[in-house]
Ligand binder design. Structure first.
Ligand code: MG
Ligand code: MG
Length: 269
């Protein structure tokens, strides 16, 4: 399937979906604390989606039974909310999305709950910053693989981390998952050229150990094969018609984070 090129009006609807996703993140970051169940986070997300006049793109996705994915410690992505208790010192990764008027947003973050070790904090910081490196590299006129190259180079410059290979980012628009698949590693200069109207979800997933993963018996939860802890960050961004990027799932459009890379965001959204 061809890459879906969005008009400015379509990107504006995607911005509305992205802001609902951003509000879910804010609500969960505020609420999360030791002793909570992962189900309680799901309830919060569902309420924000309802209040925002949106619908969930996770619920019933290939049978997924909840509004968000919650993955703890060696679980990296696709964990199912339930009665599991969040403990002090856990890394909790939350992934969620929303649909507004048929257009999708998708974003994820990891957070340390209570007292977190320096090594775990660095894991999360490296993962988040690698995502920004990827978004900054995925500028108008770049090649798609420049994104994964930037993510991998930055991650490897920070220490020994496993970058998941079987999972990656994706195009997003009238479906949550569209062409192209976006690798979090690889050589620069390959693949389609990034042009105005592209919307991509960039989502590095790394561990403190092996990049190898297993899927648990629930058929969803992805864990590291060596039980090392993981982190996951994701934003949906686009290239606006003026050729500048805009991060649709970030409250400030990515202005502050991309300024570190001397990348200016679009004023059109
Ligand atoms: Mg996601
Ligand atoms: Mg995604």
């Amino acid at each position: 399937m061809a890459i879906q090129i969005k008009t400015l009006d379509q990107l504006k609807v995607m911005r509305r979906a992205g802001l609902v996703v951003a509000q879910i993140h804010i609500a969960i970051r505020e609420a999360i604390k030791p002793g909570m169940t992962t189900d309680a986070l799901d309830v919060i997300a569902a309420a924000v989606i309802k209040r925002g006049g949106a619908t969930s793109n996770f619920l019933n996705y290939h049978g997924f039974p909840a509004t968000i994915c919650v993955s703890i410690n060696d679980e990296i992505v696709h964990g199912i909310p339930g009665p599991k208790i969040i403990n002090d010192g856990d890394i909790v990764s939350v992934d969620c999305g929303a649909i507004v008027d048929g257009w999708h947003g998708d974003a994820a973050f990891s957070i340390g709950v209570g007292t977190i070790s320096a090594e775990d904090q660095k894991l999360m910081d490296v993962c988040e910053e690698s995502m920004w490196h990827g978004i900054a590299a995925g500028k108008n006129g770049a090649k798609l693989s420049d994104i994964g190259y930037a993510i991998e180079q930055y991650t490897n410059s920070q220490g020994k981390y496993g970058i998941l290979q079987e999972y990656g980012g994706h195009g997003i628009g009238t479906e949550m998952h569209q062409e192209p698949h976006v690798l979090n590693f690889g050589k620069a200069g390959n693949g389609p050229q990034i042009v105005p109207g592209f919307a991509l979800a960039i989502e590095p997933m790394i561990t403190r150990g092996s990049a190898r993963t297993k899927v648990l018996a629930d058929d969803w939860t992805v864990v590291s094969a060596d039980k090392s802890r993981g982190a996951h960050f994701e934003h949906t961004y686009c290239i606006a018609p003026d050729g500048k990027p805009f991060v649709l799932t970030s409250i400030d459009g990515g202005r502050a984070d991309l300024a570190r890379f001397k990348v200016e965001i679009s004023d059109l959204l």
